[in-house]
Design a protein around this ligand. Structure first.
Ligand SMILES: Cc1cc2nc3c(=O)[nH]c(=O)nc-3n(C[C@H](O)[C@H](O)[C@H](O)COP(=O)(O)OP(=O)(O)OC[C@H]3O[C@@H](n4cnc5c(N)ncnc54)[C@H](O)[C@@H]3O)c2cc1C
Length: 473
């Protein structure tokens, strides 16, 4: 089902720490350690340029520390809009932003492109996949989460996961290629060539289903006028009996009705038991012919957690104290999807952007408190609410009880969703481009990003590969 990946975006995926042949790994790591020995300031190493890492680094702007942010990519990805790249609404570079550009004006900031694979707690060093070591005084771990396939047969080999830019571009290309193939051989439509099965009725699954339905109806029907679209089905499979389980019942029903009106085939109370390149089998025994399965059925913490020899909690997340530091490792913090922080009732906090943003800021503040000889504070999540979009003029915005519990659905919910996503998108140019592309799509019902291309996952590393294996174990 997945096509072979070739390198197209090599410029963003090359690791930025080349090893000159005459320099050994040990001398290189020694060099990196000594580079900072002249500085009397403490060094804060942040691993991961996601929401948590970015907001932690920003908060440390005026602190008397050296900040080193490490990420395997040289850019930050705005994951909530990945599905729009996968459905041709946006280009990948419109939802990602260079880390160096983001911090151009922050004097105490430096960036290193590299993949962290472990931490030496005794030496206070992070270990990179190329064997470099980076020493730290304070450490903030924020490598996020990966998809959990729950061991379902064939998912790892055949499903598409929406987690990185490469995933979104490859999924888009895969779908468009299936249409080109169907145009050449229309009889293959009977084999489910352009059917897409999406697994998981949470916000990602609902948004993907709605956007895909609009792509099929408004764009591909016109691009491929000879094809019989009765044989082009979008099927959303959800294990429970309702969509958007973490939202109110009314919002779940609203998503349900909206998607049905858009022609999405909903299979509630169903689960996937196995996947092959050309079919998806459900627990009921039904076999759906489909060459494309999108897995949006839940995440687990990034497997770096398991390589650290520290206590983990549910979902493989790292157990943390109330101030988000790692128990027994007072100078190391965890933030975002990787952190096993709980609310006052002991429930794990959701793996969402606002949690990551607030935790990133919080850990930075605790480091500043340490430096100023002040007491640390416990982390407390302020929940503002949840949002999702089903399609054109069909959004859902639910404010938390602390903010009045107001629920907006339809056009107003859609506007609220657009506004908030623009606000949190990193980079002024990206905001401008996304807004103008949305405006264009709104008035024309067209999608501008329809190139078929393959993107290499070069930045996938030993840790990532190990992770996928562990996730399936
Ligand atoms: C498709 C999708 C849709 C979503 N929609 C929403 C939404 O609508 N609203 C919402 O609130 N949340 C949404 N989320 C969840 C949200 O994106 C996450 O909660 C948030 O990104 C977590 O931030 P983080 O900083 O913990 O991790 P991430 O944002 O995942 O960042 C982790 C960073 O760590 C880097 N990294 C990983 N491993 C290594 C390593 N070994 N070495 C160096 N760097 C590494 C990665 O490159 C990445 O930059 C969505 C997630 C996905 C995947």
């Amino acid at each position: 089902m997945k096509a072979t990946l070739q390198s197209v975006l090599s410029s963003v995926s090359q690791v930025n720490t080349p090893k000159p042949e005459t320099v050994t790994e040990k001398t290189l790591s020694t060099k990196m350690a000594t580079q900072r020995s002249g500085s009397a300031r403490k060094r804060v190493v942040i691993v991961g340029a996601g929401f948590a890492g970015l907001y932690a680094a920003k908060k440390l702007k005026s602190a008397n520390v050296d900040v080193l942010l490490i990420d395997k990519n040289n850019y930050h990805t705005f994951q909530p809009l990945l599905y729009q790249v996968a459905t041709s609404a946006l280009n990948p570079d419109e939802i990602a932003h260079s880390v160096r550009a983001t911090f151009r004006n922050q004097k105490n900031f430096d960036f290193l492109q590299g993949t962290v694979k472990s931490v030496d707690w005794t030496e206070k060093e992070v270990l990179l996949s190329n064997s470099d070591t980076i020493s730290f005084d304070y450490l903030i771990l924020a490598t996020g989460a990966i998809y959990n396939d729950f061991g379902v047969e064939g998912v790892q080999d055949n499903a598409f996961f929406l987690k990185a830019l490469q995933d979104a571009v490859n999924l888009r290309s895969h779908i468009l290629e299936r249409f080109e193939e169907a145009n050449k051989n229309p009889e293959k439509l009977d084999d489910g060539l352009v059917n897409v099965v999406i697994v998981g009725g949470g916000p990602t699954g609902v948004e993907m289903a709605g956007a895909l339905s609009e792509l099929y109806t408004n764009v591909l029907r016109k691009d491929f006028p000879k094809l019989d679209f009765v044989k082009a089905n979008i099927i959303l499979v959800e294990q429970t009996n309702s969509l958007l389980g973490q939202y109110s019942e009314g919002s779940g029903s609203y998503a349900n009705d909206s998607l049905e009106k858009m022609g999405v085939d909903l299979r509630l109370g169903e689960s996937v038991t196995s996947v092959t390149p050309t079919s998806v089998t459900l627990a009921s025994g039904e076999v759906i012919p489909s060459h494309t399965l999108v897995w949006a059925a839940g995440v687990r913490a990034h497997p770096l957690a398991e390589a650290l020899n520290i206590e983990l909690t549910r979902g493989f997340r790292i157990a943390v104290d109330a101030d988000l530091s790692i128990p027994t490792k007072h100078n190391a913090f965890v933030a975002g999807d990787l952190a096993g922080a709980t609310d006052k009732d002991g429930n794990l906090l959701p793996q969402l952007c606002p949690v990551a943003i607030q935790q990133g800021s919080h850990v930075a503040k605790q480091i500043i408190a340490d430096l100023n000889g002040k007491a640390r504070k416990d982390f407390s999540y302020f929940d503002k609410g949840s949002m999702a979009i089903v399609g054109r003029n069909a959004g859902i915005a639910e404010m938390s009880p602390q903010l009045g519990g107001i629920k907006l659905r339809g056009f107003i919910g859609w506007l609220a969703w657009l506004f908030l996503h623009i606000v949190y998108l990193v980079g002024f140019q990206n905001r401008f481009l996304v807004l103008s592309n949305w405006f264009y799509s709104y008035i024309s019902r067209d999608r501008h990003a329809r190139l078929i291309m393959r993107v290499s996952s070069d930045t996938e590393t030993d840790v990532d590969e190990a992770s996928q294996k562990q996730a399936t174990a």
